[in-house]
Design a protein around this ligand. Structure first.
Ligand code: ADE
Length: 240
């Protein structure tokens, strides 16, 4: 998969993406990340990329042409068609389902805004999807782009060392939060490992984990339960 990032700070995104699973995915040739700076496509001595908003008000707005030219360069760098995603708090919420959809594509172009925003005409003409990573405001789209890259990278075939671990994660499959995990030592001043996990009884362990997932989801994210894939018995257990 190829991801192009259009940003005033493309090195920042590349740096974030050079560690851990994402860095390894790049080393394994599963993912390549390329940065494009609209300033390199701006004209004049000052290479201006922003201007004051029409109608007045605070802040600056990113101009059409430097962004458009950077986007065109990004698109043209590879013949495969790219989906262009703009990161913004006005976008549709990023969910694991959306991450899966993005991860299945051959190419993505992530457009990061700075300042108060981007000229709406550029967004209307060039952007396929606007995505938000949550109901809070960042000072630019770069961290959001890094979030998308991380979430998408770990779903590439061969990115994770234990292929199973992506399937068991929170939000995958059944739509529940993950169960708690423990490792050695069994006894510790902070507490003991739940006995069932030491029992070797795989059916009991699976049942315990499922119940932990259910009760945790009810406690922390009850909104997820409506859409979760539960059996009638599990719904009764939650109600009881
Ligand atoms: N840019 C600024 N805030 C953002 C957010 N919450 N999600 C995505 N991009 C953003």
């Amino acid at each position: 998969m190829r991801i192009d990032v259009v940003s005033l700070f493309p090195e920042f995104v590349a740096q974030v993406a050079s560690h851990g699973v994402v860095g390894r995915a790049q080393e394994r040739g599963l993912l390549s990340i390329h940065g494009w700076n609209p300033r390199d496509h701006a004209e004049g001595n000052y290479r201006r990329v922003d201007d004051r908003p029409f109608g007045g008000g605070p802040g600056m707005v990113m101009m059409i042409d430097p962004l458009r030219s950077a986007l065109q360069a990004a698109r043209g760098a590879d013949p495969a068609p790219a989906k262009v995603v703009y990161l913004s708090p006005q976008g549709v919420p990023l969910t694991q389902a959306r991450v899966r959809e993005l991860a299945g594509r051959e190419r993505l172009v992530l457009l990061c805004g700075r300042y108060e925003g981007v000229d709406e005409r550029l967004l209307a003409a060039e952007v396929d999807e606007e995505i938000s990573i949550g109901d809070y405001v960042l000072s630019g789209g770069e961290l959001a782009a890094a979030v998308v890259i991380d979430a998408v990278a770990r779903l590439q075939d061969g990115a994770l060392n234990d292929a199973e671990s992506a399937v068991q994660d929170s939000f995958e499959g059944d739509g529940l939060l993950d169960c708690p995990h423990y490792t050695r030592p069994v006894e510790h001043a902070l507490g003991a490992v739940p006995e069932v996990l030491l029992s070797g009884n795989h059916a009991e362990i699976a049942r315990w984990r499922r119940r932990q997932s259910l009760s945790r989801t009810r406690q922390r994210r009850p909104d997820l339960l409506d859409r979760a894939a539960l059996t009638e018995a599990e719904r009764r257990w939650l109600d009881g």
